[in-house]
Structures are given as C-alpha cells and as structure tokens.
Design a binder for this molecule. Structure first.
Ligand code: SF4
Ligand code: SF4
Length: 210
C-alpha cells in the first residue's frame, strides 16, 4: 500500500471504517465488482467476491454497491464519514490539497502551451528551386538578403544535370534550407525568399518545413 492510500486528507486510512461488505449468500459471482473497482479491493474465490483489501477502498465511493445486480454489497452509513470530516476538521487540509492541485494543473497547462508554441514555431524550411541560376546571381542576392540578419542558408546544393546542359542553359536544381540563427520564427522572412525566387524567374518546385 502506498503512502497516498494510507492517508485520507491527513487522516490514517485504517481509522476510517469505510469499505464494502459482501453478503456471500447473495453474491452470484458475476465479477462485476471485481472488474469495476479501480482500487483493486476485490479478489474472486470460489465464484464469490471477497473485498480482501478493505482500506484500498476510496472513502465515500459506493460504485460497486450501486452496480451489484443482486445488491449483495453494503456500506456503512455515510454519516460515519461526515462525522470524521467534522472531527478532524479536514477542510483546512483539503484547501491546501486543492491549492497544490491547482498549481500542478496550472503548471501542466503552462507547459502544454509552451510546447504548443515551440511546435508552432517555424524555424527551418527546405526549398527546392529550379531554373537558370548562373546569370541571375541568385545566390549573391540570397546572401544579401540574410546579411546582418538572424537567418542563414544551410545544406545548399546545386544540381546541374549535364555540363553541356548547363552551358546551354537548361534548368538546374537548387535545394537549400532557411534557418534562424536565434531559433526564432522565420515565417515572415520566408515571404522575402519566395519573392526573391519569383523576381529571378525561378520555379519553386516545393517547400517543406524541416
Ligand atoms: S457484483 Fe455483486 S454479485 Fe457480482 S461478484 Fe460482486 S458482489 Fe457478487
Ligand atoms: S466503493 Fe469504489 S473503491 Fe470501494 S470497493 Fe467499491 S468500487 Fe472499489
């Protein structure tokens, strides 16, 4: 049994008489309580349900009694629990537990939002461009575009199908990736790259987020 189970809002669980009792004569061994109880309170023996792990039962829960088809399961009067709540003044403990739970949920929410923001940040995009590159000095213009700015061009490859073809100005293929040197979003800068491709009468074959 874990510490979490041993205490109920600061009260020793074994001092709280809240657990199921099974009338063995009524039980038909359907195992509904056994498969339903998420606390593992029940064991099945000789086609009967046995609540062997009494203090693993969640204080105040009556699920198994509610679903037993032959009403073989009973619980103490719920006033027992309410009396314990009053006597131990558990509301102060509950307030602290609630504050801790809110803090945990808020932290999880903030973490999820931060992860979403990172996932939504476009910081690296691969371009595949085709056309004539030599005379248009596309690379020089691309270099000017990133000069003194937090962007870079990496994995640059120029593929010329044949030397003769290049001399005869048949289209070549260039691939490169635009990145941010500061891990920032580059979405707006990509518009400038696309514009440069268009201005140079090159064809943007495809563009993929990396
Ligand atoms: S749900 Fe009721 S009848 Fe079915 S095994 Fe449990 S105690 Fe027995
Ligand atoms: S009352 Fe709830 S926690 Fe307790 S034995 Fe039944 S199903 Fe399990």
């Amino acid at each position: 049994m874990s510490n979490e189970k041993q205490l109920w809002h600061g009260i020793a669980r074994e001092t709280i008489p809240w657990f199921p009792t099974v009338n063995q004569d009524k039980c038909i061994g359907c195992e509904l309580c056994f498969v339903t109880c998420g606390r593992g309170v029940y064991e099945m023996r000789d086609h009967k349900a046995h609540p062997d792990h009494l203090y693993d039962c969640m204080v105040g829960c009556t699920t198994c009694a509610n679903i037993c088809p032959v009403q073989a399961i009973t619980f103490p009067d719920r006033q027992i629990v309410q009396k314990i709540e009053r006597e131990h003044k558990i509301l102060a403990t509950v307030r602290k537990e609630a504050a801790a739970k809110h803090a945990k949920l808020d932290a999880a929410k903030a973490r999820a939002q931060a992860e979403d923001a990172v996932a939504a940040t476009v910081s690296r995009v691969a371009f595949h461009v085709a056309g004539e590159f030599g005379e248009k000095r596309f690379l020089v213009k691309l270099q000017a575009l990133i000069k003194d700015r937090p962007f870079d061009v990496v994995n640059l490859k120029l593929e010329v199908c044949t030397l003769k073809g290049a001399l005869e100005k048949t289209p070549s293929h260039m691939t490169f990736e635009i990145t941010s040197t500061e891990q920032q979003d580059i979405s707006e800068f990509l518009d400038e790259v696309r514009g440069l491709i268009r201005q140079n009468q090159l064809v943007l074959v495809n563009e993929n987020r990396v």
